[in-house]
Design a protein around this ligand. Structure first.
Ligand code: ATP
Ligand code: MG
Length: 214
C-alpha cells in the first residue's frame, strides 16, 4: 500500500520529534555525567570484588590485567584454586608476559580434595605470596582469583586477610574474585559487582569451551 504525502509528513515529524527528545535527554545525561566526573577527584588504587554465581568473574579480572599491561603497569596474579584444566589466560601470561608475577596454589586445594589440613597449608603458602605483593608498592594491580573461598572455608584468617587488603599501598589496586566472601569483605572493597546466573550453557549439556570457559 502506498503512503500518502500526509502519512510521510507525519512519519518525518515523528522522527524529528524523536531526535529532538533524544538530543535533549543526552544533553541532560552528559551534564549529570560531567558533574559526577568532576566530583570524583580522589586519586588512589581501588579494591574491586567480583562475586556472584554467574559466569564472568575471573575473566573480568583478567580483562583488568590486560588493561594494566597496556599501560606498562606491574601486575601480580595469585590463584587460590588449581583447576584440573589449564586456562588460556594462564598459558598466555606464562608464555608471553614474563613480567607478570603469576602464582598458583599448585598441588593444594581443588574441588576434589577432602584433605582440610593439606588445603589449609596450601592456602597459607599461597597467601604468603599474595601478602608479598600486597605489601609491595611496585605492584600497580594485584589479582587474587578465587580468594573468597579461602575466607568462606576459614582456611585463612579473615581479619588478617582484610587488614592486609586494607593496608596495601595507596596507589595499588586489587581485584578479588569468587562466590560469597561475606559482608566484612564487601565492606572494605570500593567496587563490588555481583555477576548473576541467569542461564549457563553447561546446564543445557554444553561442554566447557576452550577460550570461553577456560
Ligand atoms: P570465568 O572464569 O569464565 O569468568 P567465573 O570466574 O565467574 O567464570 P567460577 O565460579 O570461577 O566462575 O567458575 C569457572 C568455570 O565455571 C568457568 O568455566 C565457567 O564457565 C564455569 N561457570 C561459572 N559460572 C557457572 C554457572 N553458573 N554454571 C555452570 N558453570 C559455571
Ligand atoms: Mg573464577
Amino acid at each position: 500500500m502506498r503512503s500518502s504525502i500526509k502519512d510521510i509528513k507525519h512519519d518525518l515529524g515523528t522522527i524529528v520529534d524523536k531526535n529532538e527528545k533524544h538530543k535533549s535527554a543526552m544533553q541532560k545525561q552528559k551534564t549529570k555525567v560531567d558533574a559526577a566526573i568532576d566530583r570524583a577527584d580522589i586519586e588512589r588504587g581501588v579494591a574491586v570484588l567480583l562475586t556472584g554465581n554467574g559466569k564472568g568473574k575471573s575473566s573480568s579480572a583478567f580483562g583488568m590485567v590486560l588493561r594494566a599491561l597496556g599501560y606498562g603497569q606491574k601486575v601480580g596474579v595469585v590463584q587460590f584454586i588449581k583447576g584440573a584444566q589449564l586456562s588460556g589466560e594462564e598459558i598466555y601470561l606464562r608464555d608471553h608476559c614474563p613480567q607478570v608475577d603469576f602464582y598458583q596454589m599448585g598441588t593444594g586445594f581443588t574441588w576434589n580434595t577432602q584433605d582440610r589440613t593439606g588445603d589449609i597449608a596450601a592456602a597459607e603458602r599461597t597467601w604468603e605470596q599474595a601478602k608479598r605483593m600486597l605489601q609491595d608498592p611496585a605492584f600497580d594491580l594485584v589479582v587474587l582469583d578465587e580468594l573468597t573461598y579461602m575466607i568462606g572455608y576459614q582456611y585463612l584468617d579473615e581479619t588478617n586477610v582484610l587488614t592486609t587488603l586494607r593496608e596495601r599501598p595507596i596507589e595499588q589496586s586489587v581485584v578479588v574474585t569468587g562466590r560469597g566472601g561475606g559482608r566484612a569483605l564487601q565492606n572494605i572493597m570500593d567496587t563490588v559487582s555481583e555477576v548473576k546466573d541467569i542461564q549457563h550453557a553447561f546446564n543445557a549439556g554444553i561442554k566447557a569451551r576452550k577460550g570461553v570457559d577456560f
